[in-house]
Design a protein around this ligand. Sequence first.
Ligand SMILES: [Zn+2]
Length: 87
Amino acid sequence: MDSSYQARRFQISCPDSDVIEKILLQAYKHRVLMQVFEEHLITCSRCRKTVDRIRIYYEILEAEMKKPVSATVIKFADSLSLGRKKS
Ligand SMILES: [Zn+2]
């Protein structure tokens, strides 16, 4: 991702949700891009809603990851990995 190119684009239009997710997940790598996106967020309710949806998704994912896994699910996952080893 060319950060300076992306930064110029955000000043004009909204990034796609997958790009927003990438910016948030890699904020430590693309500090200037994150800063430009944060400035964009101040005036863009559409992107704030997208950020909220991404945050909710990761909260649900984190909660699901903490739940115990049933023996049926483990057996199913094992059957998938065994199937992969054969091919
Ligand atoms: Zn926007």
